[in-house]
Design a protein around this ligand. Structure first.
Ligand SMILES: *Cc1c(COP(=O)(O)O)cnc(C)c1O
Length: 392
């Protein structure tokens, strides 16, 4: 069978199993209301948790920086693409997360590849939660270290693996908030284990940065874990911060090693300086507009209370990610389509993004939602989910 034949067969299989992926064409800025095919939808699936992606101040900084610095960065950071704006943002991020230094990457995916493959290699082992984000799993594979996955949030299972490991060096890697589940990693326990078994701990806080902690500095702020306890912190800028890119924070040796070794840092064009300027503004807004975090917290509680009252299949999550477990992929897709007809945008998440038979509707809340909008959603969900015929 030729490669092309194989691809065609794969696409057909995807279609019959309701696993075919299609993109929607968004005709408006990101926000609580988005426009598709000329129709407006209430959006419950973006990661713009604080509503900063289309914030006027963020846009203004972006425009100003584009006037002053142009659009393209022109080259990689190590050639001559590292602008004063990138540098200023790195310093602000380091201070924000209370670590000695931070380094910008073009995407979170690339940050993860770069960190893991810089830290470990052939004779080492990397221990990962089963539900870690795909970029962390890929990073483990790329590093050539032995990839050992432990049951989700199972500290005892991890301990067993650590005890029996023959690896030279050990790296433990976890999502802070699990992206498709919304639950939180037991980071304090993981940090104790790492210290006990002489392993290094890395936390990917893509969904916690901006949202958790008193100042919005993320899960590690909320759990009071310093850079001794969690030496490697990764955060993304495309979610709560509303812009694009990612950063890694840690000590001098870590950052200098990444600059010198991380291939996904070295061999790629720096993001536009205007993105850095916009991110500096979101970082300030996070702090001056702390009501966004408070509001989000209230909406999460409001949603969960309502969802429990109408017996929706809620998953165990205290964060802005509030998935409803559906199970069957066709059912999840049918539900998502029914919701769309009624004016709600919620994507169905299917295998292999999540384990078999755990397809779900991944609902995300934003500080820009109102309680009324959440109530409307709950009402619609209660009708649709309790209806037997939604897969028709
Ligand atoms: C979104 C996400 C990433 C990837 O970040 P991008 O900047 O979108 O490439 C990495 N890790 C986790 C846990 C994520 O949710």
């Amino acid at each position: 069978m030729s490669i092309i034949e194989r691809l065609k067969q794969n696409l057909q299989e995807r279609e019959t199993k309701a696993l075919y992926r299609r993109r929607k064409l968004i005709q408006s800025p990101q926000g609580v209301r988005v426009c598709i095919d000329g129709r407006e939808y209430l959006n419950f699936c973006s990661n713009d948790y604080l509503g900063l992606a289309n914030h006027p101040e963020v846009i203004k900084s972006f425009q100003q920086a584009a006037n002053d610095f142009g659009v393209g960065s022109g080259s990689a950071h190590l050639i001559n693409g590292h602008s004063v704006l990138h540098h200023e943002l790195e310093e602000a991020l380091a201070e924000f997360v209370n670590r000695p230094r931070a380094l910008l990457f073009s995407t979170g995916y690339m940050a993860n590849l770069g960190v893991v493959s810089t830290l470990v290699g052939r004779s080492d082992a990397v221990f990962e939660d089963r539900l870690n984000h795909a970029s962390l799993i890929d990073a483990g594979i790329l590093s050539r270290a032995k990839l050992q996955r432990y049951a989700h949030n199972d500290v005892n299972a991890l301990q067993q693996l650590l005890i029996s490991s023959q690896a030279k060096e050990k790296l433990i890697v976890t999502d802070g908030i699990f992206s498709m589940d919304g639950d939180v990693a037991p980071v304090s326990d993981l940090s104790r284990l790492a210290q006990k078994y002489d392993a290094l701990l890395m936390v990917d806080d893509a969904h916690g940065i901006g949202v958790l902690g008193q100042r919005g500095a993320g899960l590690l702020e909320q759990e009071n874990l310093n850079s001794q306890q969690v030496p490697i912190l990764m955060g993304t800028l495309g979610k709560a911060l509303g812009t694009s890119g990612a950063f890694v924070a840690g000590d001098d040796v870590l950052i200098e090693s990444l600059i010198n070794n991380a291939r996904s840092y070295i061999y790629t064009t720096a993001t536009p300086p205007a993105i850095a300027a916009a991110t500096l503004t979101s970082l300030q807004l996070l702090q001056t507009e702390s009501w966004r975090r408070e509001k989000l917290k209230q909406l999460i509680q409001h949603f969960r209370k309502g969802a429990n009252e109408c017996s929706l299949p809620l998953m165990e999550s205290a964060t802005a990610i509030q998935p409803l477990l559906i199970g069957n992929s066709s059912k999840a897709v049918a539900l998502s389509e029914r919701l769309k007809k009624k004016g709600y945008l919620i994507s169905a998440i299917r295998p292999p993004t999540v384990p078999e038979e755990t397809a779900r509707l991944r609902i995300t809340l934003s500080a820009e939602h109102s309680e009324e909008q959440v109530d409307q959603l709950l009402e619609t969900l209660a009708i649709l989910i309790n209806m037997a015929d939604y897969d028709g």
